[in-house]
Design a protein around this ligand. Structure first.
Ligand code: ADP
Ligand code: MG
Length: 246
């Protein structure tokens, strides 16, 4: 579903070059759940932005749904199939848009349903993410961060994406809300499977919600391990992340 071959991304500021992503290769199979662990500055967010086509790699080949991204003709279908969720929901939801208008956007943009059917569907999605239906009449500043992330999750999943990229979507939440969002994610995954790449500095969190974990340090992959075998990790950096997480 995703295939990266020797992907590099360099940034140059004031004659200083940073290799944010340094020769990274991996794949994600359909409906596979992959975690990317690593400390801050290890290149996790850059890697997700490259996969989301928000930035172009300096070198290397990226295939999405079997197509080399430099050859993709029709981006609309790829944009619907590939969604991304970030840490801060307020950066994603316009402050003067009520949540129903925010949730209606994808139905309209991708012609999924007419507005009346979409409004019904939105009500169903509020139930699926355990929010009262009238939440949709509110503005972003009127609901909590944890509730907003559930609205954002609903907006992503109602598009029935094939692949979702998560960049620390629960890092700004308290432990209770973090668990709520992660439990919902797993419930939705079971009902409506999709592939995902979940980035976190917390490798213990990743172990609970992924099949495989890729560990990054200084832009490079240092180890890839099945999540259930995390205890058997051999790289000292992976072991340090495991210790930091418990
Ligand atoms: P992480 O998400 O793991 O914390 P990032 O991908 O944000 O790591 O950053 C990796 C490295 O690339 C860091 O050294 C960071 O400073 C640098 N970097 C990221 N984005 C940019 C950018 N737009 N311009 C210059 N340097 C960047
Ligand atoms: Mg980051």
């Amino acid at each position: 579903m995703i295939q990266l071959e020797n992907i590099c991304k360099q940034y140059t500021n004031h004659n200083h070059t940073v290799r944010a992503v340094d020769n990274v290769s991996f794949f994600v199979a359909p409906n596979e759940r992959v975690g990317i662990a690593g400390g801050s500055g290890s290149g996790k967010s850059t890697l997700l932005r490259l996969i989301a086509m928000l930035e172009k790699p300096t070198s290397g080949t990226l295939r999405l749904f079997g197509e080399d991204i430099s050859q993709i003709q029709n981006h609309t279908e790829v944009y619907r199939s590939l969604q991304m969720m970030f840490q801060n929901p307020l950066a994603v939801i316009p402050p003067r848009m009520n949540l129903e208008a925010f949730l209606l956007e994808p139905y309209i943009n991708y012609g999924l349903m007419d507005v009346a059917a979409a409004k019904d569907d939105i009500r169903k999605w509020m139930q699926r993410v355990d929010l009262p239906e009238n939440t949709v009449n509110k503005y972003p500043h009127e609901v909590s961060g944890g509730q907003l992330q559930r609205v954002v999750l609903a907006r992503i999943m109602l598009m029935n994406p094939k692949l979702v990229l998560f960049d620390e979507p629960t890092s700004a939440l308290d432990a209770v809300n973090q668990k709520l969002v992660l439990d919902l994610l797993q419930k939705i995954y079971t009902e409506q499977p999709f592939g995902y790449v979940f980035v976190s500095h917390d490798i213990g969190l990743l172990q609970a919600i992924t099949d495989r974990i890729i560990v990054m340090k200084d832009g490079q992959i240092v180890e890839t391990i099945e999540s259930k075998r995390l205890k058997e990790a051999v790289h000292p950096y992976t072991q340090a992340l495991v210790e930091a997480s418990v």
